[in-house]
Design a protein around this ligand. Structure first.
Ligand code: CLR
Length: 264
């Protein structure tokens, strides 16, 4: 049954990996997750580091601020959907995830993909001036003013700030992203015990990596971050409902199909 034409649709992107790794029997070997993260993360950390000087000018900021509410929402929805698409690719390249039924893959992505986007946001965030890489330059919260959801923007920026403070390595971010995604607390899972097995192995992988890095105390902090992610995503859904009520036409006909499918 094809319940989700958008979500599991292949992307114009090819995965170039070392095939010898396919001989591993462990379906969620940490290295596979790290590799999947690396290949789907759009920008490398060093690249982002090098782009930090690119800030929006006063005029550019004003141009964003003078967009209408629905224009800016549509613009951001397109950007977010693009980011979600990469998270879908990340998930699909984790063998343990691909093993799950299509229904369960979709259920996990529906609730988890936005959370992973927010985890990934910390890589795109500069704590020195509280800006995020958006539309090719670094943007402060004021750029998003015309969305008319300042509380969400503040909360999302605070979250990114807090994530950055943990100073996670790319390996740690990869495993944490997988853990956020592959989670048995999500609604409408068919085969919870199978998801649980995969979740356990991801947890094991993360524990292993943290032990190797001598940072076992991070585990507790990461679980705390997961709770914050939940609340951010429900705030996002709340804002989306508010927006769709006020601008039903934009929400219905101008939002990307995947955005609607995931969040509507
Ligand atoms: C997250 C990491 C991705 C690249 C990426 C793309 C779009 C960005 C997103 C990151 C972070 C959050 C972001 C988003 C576009 C709009 C959104 C800046 C950097 C802000 C928070 C506005 C949300 C508005 C919704 C309510 C529509 O790999």
């Amino acid at each position: 049954q094809d319940r989700s034409p958008q979500l599991l649709q292949p992307m114009a992107y090819s995965f170039t990996g070392e095939t010898e790794l396919l001989t591993y029997t462990a379906d969620v070997h940490p290295y596979l997750i790290v590799r999947s993260h690396r290949e789907t993360s759009q920008y490398r950390v060093e690249e982002l580091q090098a782009l930090r000087w690119k800030l929006f000018s006063r005029e550019e900021i004003q141009a964003y601020q003078s967009k209408s509410v629905d224009e800016m929402w549509q613009h951001c929805a397109v950007r977010l959907t693009d980011a979600v698409q990469y998270v879908v690719e990340f998930a699909k390249h984790i063998p343990g995830f691909r093993m799950l039924s299509q229904n369960d893959q979709i259920a996990l992505l529906k609730t988890g993909s936005m959370e992973v986007v927010l985890v990934r946001m910390s890589r795109f965030f500069n704590t020195e001036n509280n800006t995020v890489f958006f539309d090719g330059k670094f943007a402060g919260g004021e750029v998003f003013k015309s969305l008319a959801c300042g509380d969400l923007i503040t909360a999302v920026f605070d979250f990114a700030h807090g994530m950055c403070a943990l100073k996670l390595t790319e390996h740690q971010i990869a495993l944490f992203s997988a853990l956020v995604l592959i989670n048995t607390d999500r609604p409408s899972l068919e085969d919870r015990s199978r998801v649980q097995r995969v979740q356990r192995s991801v947890e094991l992988g993360l524990t292993h990596i943290l032990r190797r890095d001598n940072q076992e105390s991070l585990m507790h902090k990461l679980y705390q971050r997961m709770a914050v992610l939940r609340s951010l995503c429900s705030l996002h859904m709340e804002k989306l409902r508010w927006f769709s009520q006020r601008y039903p036409l934009t929400a219905h006909s101008l939002f990307p199909p995947l955005y609607k499918e995931l969040f509507a």
